[in-house]
Design a protein around this ligand. Structure first.
Ligand code: NAD
Length: 510
């Protein structure tokens, strides 16, 4: 077992534990990991890392919760969801500030993530309608047939650091509304907000064990995959881990959806409004310091538009305010999640210059007064990037925007379709025919036309194609309901007293 050596005073430590049976609960494992405030670079807490015995405890609690919850009426479930919705609304600032304190993103952005997550809670409040299924009367004489969707049991959600409220809310409102018990394994990098979400569920009246939080790392996740009482797993994170989760959980006979990483392209055609396209590229490229799976990381400038677009993007970069996410001044961009990650992104900036891209803006070497140890990096812009460069191929997940220039629209489309990822993409144009061709033929799960971050509303579903999603179903919306329920078809006959006789033939309608 790895020995945990914190970089700060263990006695003064804020210990972040699990949430089991409706309360904060320390479990057996003594493994812990430091949690940082990215804006100061200081350790602010230590999160517990569950081991297999702890996973057994959490799953046993969820099994007990499931027994009660699966038999709770749809009306009651809906009432608890409405109560939870009100509590999240009432605590949204507190939730957002907890996110900002451990993630580094600015307060307004964190509030935006809480709002987008809340939309899925609101969607799930209508569970009575969402679970309505087909019914046919008289499919044969005195025979009726209908379909029901039943919960799958105990389900687990494993989530990334970049949206510690919104991504869990892509999963648990729908899973719980459908009658399952849910175990959340949040990112160990920003775990605190998961405990506030759990407390709000308890206040809303959710029975014990229906929503548990198990803090942990890869050891915890692999024990969840191996546990026979975990029926389904939803994962969101990087592509290599998503692929591993999908393979391992499928081999263990579980239902699994695993959403992976991305490299999202935004095509700008020569007829586009260049000012609007530059606004969109900067907003979608540098929002949340580029740590979004739907961030635009590549702008594909078609024809001569690059000569007008690149200076417009560069001008806007000059005006971006970078600083602590919880500052009273409204910052545009906060710190990155960790020192290691900031250094990794800086390494890509150095590499881009070596690979021959034109460095238009270099965000390295940025220091913020009073926050000299924070994990900050300024916005970086590369022009004349080519498809064989590593800065083009790899998901950098930082405030780095690459401009690739193509002569034609067809080349632009082809390079997106050659990408191994397929999460989101966008086109900026005033040509309806080009936009229509793009949305029909581009290989990506979420497409924006003059919309740079086309995250679907809660009543549609979220998910990418290719290496951005392993599994059949996308998150939330109708696909979420499908993922968290099993189909059962009932064929029922109430014969009249005159219907008699043995018939060994296969049931038919003759
Ligand atoms: P990550 O893959 O490192 O971690 C995600 C989760 O997996 C965490 O809970 C972590 O504890 C766990 N984990 C890490 N290593 C593991 C292992 N070897 N075995 C089992 N579990 C393991 O991702 P991250 O750095 O937290 O988040 C950023 C990534 O998530 C980016 O690649 C981003 O594109 C992606 N992401 C994708 C979407 C999407 O919808 N497709 C949304 C948000 C983030």
């Amino acid at each position: 077992m790895r020995e945990w050596v914190s970089v700060c005073d263990a006695d003064a430590m804020n210990l972040i534990d699990h949430w089991i049976d409706g309360a904060t609960t320390p479990l057996a494992s003594t493994r812990r990991s430091d949690v940082f405030n990215p804006a100061s670079g200081q350790v602010t807490g230590a999160v517990a890392l569950a081991e297999p015995a702890d996973v057994n405890t959490a799953v046993a609690s969820a099994c007990r919760g499931y027994e009660t919850w699966r038999d709770t009426s749809l009306t009651k479930r809906s009432q608890i969801l409405f109560a939870y919705r009100q509590l999240v609304e009432a605590h949204k600032l507190e939730l957002a500030e907890l996110v900002s304190a451990e993630h580094g993103k600015v307060r307004a952005d964190a509030l935006g993530e809480v709002g987008r997550g809340l939309e899925v809670v609101e969607f799930a409040c209508g569970i009575g309608t969402l679970l309505q299924t087909p019914f046919n009367e008289d499919v044969s004489s005195s025979v009726d047939t209908w379909t029901v969707r039943q919960p799958v049991g105990v389900v687990a959600g494993i989530t990334p650091f970049n949206f510690p409220v919104m991504v869990p809310m892509w999963m648990y409102p729908v899973a719980i509304a459908c009658g399952n018990a849910f175990i959340l394994k949040p990112s160990e990098k920003d775990p605190s907000v998961s405990l506030l979400m759990a407390r709000l569920w308890t206040e809303a009246g959710l029975p014990e064990g229906v929503f548990n939080v198990l803090q942990g790392d890869a050891v915890t996740v692999n024990a969840l995959i191996d546990h026979p009482d975990v029926a389904a797993l939803s994962f969101v994170g990087s592509t290599p881990i998503a692929r591993h989760i999908h393979t391992a959980a499928s081999a263990a006979g579980k239902r699994v959806q695993a959403l992976g990483g991305a490299k999202n392209h935004m095509v700008v055609l020569p007829d586009a409004d260049v000012g609007q396209a530059a606004d969109a590229a900067v907003s979608a490229g540098y929002g949340s310091a580029g740590e979004r799976c739907m961030a635009i990381s590549v702008v594909v400038a078609v024809g001569d538009v690059g000569d007008r677009l690149v200076p417009e993007i560069a001008n806007r970069i000059d005006d971006l305010k970078v600083g602590p996410g919880l500052s009273d001044d409204d910052m545009d961009m906060g710190a990155l999640i960790s020192r290691d990650h900031r250094d990794r992104v800086s390494g890509y900036i150095e590499l881009g210059a070596v690979e021959g891209a034109t460095v238009v803006a270099d965000g390295r070497g940025l220091t913020i007064d009073g926050h000299e140890d924070g994990f900050f990096l300024g916005a970086t812009l590369f022009d004349h990037v080519t498809t064989e460069m590593k800065i083009y191929e790899d998901e950098i997940f930082g405030p780095v925007l690459c401009v690739v220039r193509t002569e034609t629209y067809d080349e632009a489309l082809a390079l997106i379709n050659d990408s191994p990822f397929g999460n989101g993409t966008a086109i900026f144009t005033n040509d309806g025919g080009a936009a229509r061709h793009f949305r029909r033929n581009v290989e990506a799960g979420m497409v924006g036309v003059n919309v740079p971050i086309p995250v679907p509303m809660s009543f549609h579903s979220f998910g990418g194609w290719n290496d951005s999603l392993f599994g059949d179903t996308h998150a939330y919306g109708a696909e979420g309901v499908k993922f968290y329920t099993r189909n059962k078809v009932i064929t029922e006959r109430w014969p009249s007293p005159h219907d008699r006789g043995v018939d060994l033939g296969f049931p038919s309608n003759s």
